[in-house]
Design a protein around this ligand. Structure first.
Ligand SMILES: C[S@@+](CC[C@H](N)C(=O)[O-])C[C@H]1O[C@@H](n2cnc3c(N)ncnc32)[C@H](O)[C@@H]1O
Length: 259
C-alpha cells in the first residue's frame, strides 16, 4: 500500500498560507499556460490550484483527490462553477482523467512520500507526460535552524491571486499547523545526489532508506529552476520547510556546494 498523507482542512489551508510554496504555483498557473486548456489538478486538496488554473484561463479543471472528505469539500466550494469537475480517485492506481496539463504538489515528507513514485509510475503507464512541476534536484545535507517556530499569519505575503482564493473560500481559517518559520536556516555538507525527471522511473539507489541526512528537494516548473521551490525534509524530526529556490540558495549558499 502506498503511504498516503491524511490532511485536515486546517492543514490544507495552512499549506495555502505557506506563501513560499503557494506563490510559486500562483505565478506559474497565472502565466498563460492554462489558457483554453483542460487542467487536471492531481491531489487538489484545498482547491488552490484548481481555482488558480480557472483564473489563469482554463476552460475545464478536473480536481482529483483520494480523500472523500476533501472531495466533498471541493464539490461544495466549486458548486457554482460548472467548469470544475471533482473526481475521487487514487492517483497511484486508478485511471486518471484526460487533460491537456496536469498539475501536482506532491513532494511531501519523504522522497517517496504520498506514494509519489507510484503516482508518477501510474501516470507513465497511461502515457501522461504533460505534468508539472517535473524537474527536480535531490541533495542530502545537514540542515539546521535555531528553533522550530510555528509561523505567524503570513497571508499578507500571498500573491494577489492567492489572496483572492482565500476570499473565495467560505470557511477559511488561518491555521499554523503545517507552516513554520525557520530563522537562521543553514545547510552544511550538501551533496547533490541527482537531477531527476519525475516522469521517469525513480532510480532504486535514490530510495530514502539508504540515505543518512536531510533531504533537500528543489522542484522546478522550468529546467532553469526559475519558477521553483525547495522542500527540506529533516529525517530526524520530520520537519518540512518549503521556500523559493532562489531564497534557499542565498541562505544556504548552496551553489558553492555544487562546484
Ligand atoms: C500536499 S497536499 C496539496 C494539496 C493542494 N495542491 C493544495 O495546495 O492545497 C496533497 C493532496 O494530495 C492528496 N493525495 C495524496 N495521495 C493521493 C493519491 N494517491 N491520490 C489522490 N490524491 C492524493 C491528499 O489527500 C492531499 O489533499
Amino acid at each position: 500500500m502506498p503511504y498516503i498523507e491524511q490532511y485536515t482542512m486546517h492543514q490544507l489551508w495552512s499549506l495555502v498560507g505557506d506563501y513560499r510554496r503557494t506563490n510559486v504555483y500562483s505565478y506559474w498557473l497565472m502565466s498563460g499556460v492554462c489558457e483554453g486548456k483542460t487542467v487536471v489538478d492531481c491531489g487538489a486538496g484545498s482547491g488552490l490550484c484548481t481555482w488558480l488554473a480557472l483564473r489563469g484561463g482554463a476552460s475545464h479543471v478536473i480536481a482529483c483527490d483520494i480523500s472523500p472528505e476533501v472531495c466533498d469539500y471541493l464539490r461544495g466550494q466549486f458548486k457554482d462553477i460548472p467548469q470544475v469537475t471533482v473526481v475521487e480517485l487514487d492517483l497511484c492506481h486508478d485511471d486518471i482523467p484526460k487533460g491537456d496539463i496536469y498539475i501536482h504538489e506532491l513532494v511531501g515528507n519523504s522522497l517517496l512520500g504520498e506514494g509519489m513514485s507510484q503516482i508518477f509510475s501510474n501516470m507513465r503507464s497511461q502515457g501522461i507526460e504533460n505534468i508539472y512541476p517535473h524537474h527536480a534536484r535531490i541533495s542530502i545535507g545537514s540542515v539546521s535552524h535555531d528553533a522550530f517556530i510555528p509561523s505567524t499569519n503570513c497571508d499578507h505575503l500571498l500573491s494577489p491571486y492567492a489572496r483572492d482564493f482565500i476570499n473565495f473560500l467560505e470557511d477559511y481559517e488561518w491555521n499554523n499547523s503545517l507552516t513554520v518559520d525557520y530563522p537562521n536556516l543553514q545547510a552544511t555538507g550538501i551533496s547533490h545526489i541527482a537531477n531527476v525527471d519525475l516522469r521517469k522511473p525513480m532510480p532504486q539507489h535514490l530510495m530514502e532508506s539508504e540515505r543518512d541526512g536531510d533531504i533537500i528537494w528543489e522542484v522546478g516548473f522550468d529546467p532553469q529552476f526559475v519558477v521553483s521551490y525547495s522542500n527540506i525534509n529533516a529525517t530526524s524530526n520530520n520537519w518540512n520547510a518549503k521556500t523559493p529556490y532562489a531564497q534557499f540558495v542565498k541562505w544556504c549558499n548552496i551553489e558553492s556546494f555544487r562546484g
